[in-house]
Design a protein around this ligand. Structure first.
Ligand SMILES: Nc1nc2c(ncn2[C@@H]2O[C@H](COP(=O)(O)OP(=O)(O)O)[C@@H](O)[C@H]2O)c(=O)[nH]1
Ligand SMILES: [Mg+2]
Length: 306
């Protein structure tokens, strides 16, 4: 048996979260076409007949301007340090930019072996893929390069085999049916935030957060889960945008989120949403801790497993 931690890192929008969901077979991480969707470290455990992998999804690597982004980068850097294998997820359809060099420099600091998952190959002509792989191989950053599609699942089994082979020998670290260490209210907030991202544009996706004010589990199976959330915005002018004309936008967000929550928790859900203006929450340590990004005010990073 082999077992250990595998970190999914890379540029924003490379498909790390889509890949995590594909790998664990459950939607643990929300996905959007906007960069910086993932803010936290999300663990997803998958058990195989010959081992177990704990995957760590991480925020995309970018230049941090706000305290929120600094903490997101702490999460990504922390993952690089604590995993047994690093998966550098690269969008095969995206051209190389300055940001990629930054990612390579950061990944080069990891002591763990690096495997490149060259993602989104479903969008590529196969002939165009070969020079891309050759170019990446020339850099010598990765022990192996595996072209995959997180969306279709193409070649993901090959990636899993490559990763398992590189993990240390050992018994599984978690029970066989273990999935994640994030609390349910985290997923609740994320599913609401996914709808906010889906329905908003421009600045709003970056300047919104979702905070769970109250979370009541159903008293009996099939009962009603009650969830009260605040959608934080940074400026008073953003509130009417999230509410929409006659409340149409918040209604659409609520309906979409309720369906997602009911599917995720497999129960009926009562969802109450409020939009709250909280200036500069992105730089407020308390709010950041509340949304699962603890920092120095707690005297170190929380949530470490090992
Ligand atoms: N066509 C295609 N789209 C993908 C693939 N993987 C991710 N995407 C899309 O790329 C966008 C960013 O995905 P996400 O998983 O949120 O990226 P992350 O920021 O790296 O976590 C979303 O619109 C995904 O649907 C893939 O393999 N093929
Ligand atoms: Mg993500």
């Amino acid at each position: 048996m082999r077992s250990g931690f595998v970190g999914l890192v890379g540029r924003p929008n490379a498909g790390k979260s889509t890949l995590l969901n594909r790998l664990v077979g459950t939607k643990l991480a929300i996905v959007s076409d906007k960069p910086q969707t993932t803010r936290n470290r999300i663990v997803g455990v998958r058990s195989y007949p010959d081992g177990q992998i704990a995957f760590l999804d991480t925020p995309g690597i970018h230049k941090p301007l706000r305290r929120l982004n600094t903490r997101m980068m702490d999460v990504a850097r922390g993952a690089l340090r604590e995993v047994d294998v690093v998966v550098l997820v690269i969008d095969a359809t995206a051209g190389e930019g300055a940001g990629d060099r930054y990612v390579r420099e950061l990944v080069a600091t990891a002591r763990a072996p690096v495997v490149i998952a060259l993602n989104k190959v479903d969008l590529m002509d196969k002939p165009a893929l070969l020079p891309r792989i050759a170019g990446l191989a020339d850099r010598g950053l990765a022990a192996e390069i595996v072209p995959v599609s997180a969306t279709t699942g193409e070649n993901v089994d090959r990636l899993e085999a490559v990763l398992l082979a590189r993990l240390p020998e050992g018994e599984p670290l978690f029970p066989e049916d273990y999935l994640t260490d994030q609390p349910e209210r985290f997923f609740a907030a994320e599913l609401v935030r996914e709808q906010v991202l889906h329905h908003t544009h421009a600045e709003l996706p970056f300047s919104t957060a979702v905070v769970v004010d109250a979370f009541e589990e159903p008293e009996a199976p099939g009962g009603l889960m009650r969830l009260h959330c605040s959608i934080l915005v940074e400026r008073a002018s953003q509130k009417p945008i999230v509410l929409g004309k006659g409340g149409a936008m918040i209604k659409a967000i609520g309906t979409g989120a309720r369906h997602a929550l009911e599917a995720f928790f497999d129960t009926r859900v009562y969802l109450d949403l409020h939009v709250k203006v909280q200036e500069d929450w992105r730089d407020d340590p308390r709010t950041l801790t509340e949304i699962g990004l603890p920092g120095d005010e707690r005297g170190g990073r929380g949530r470490r497993r090992r």
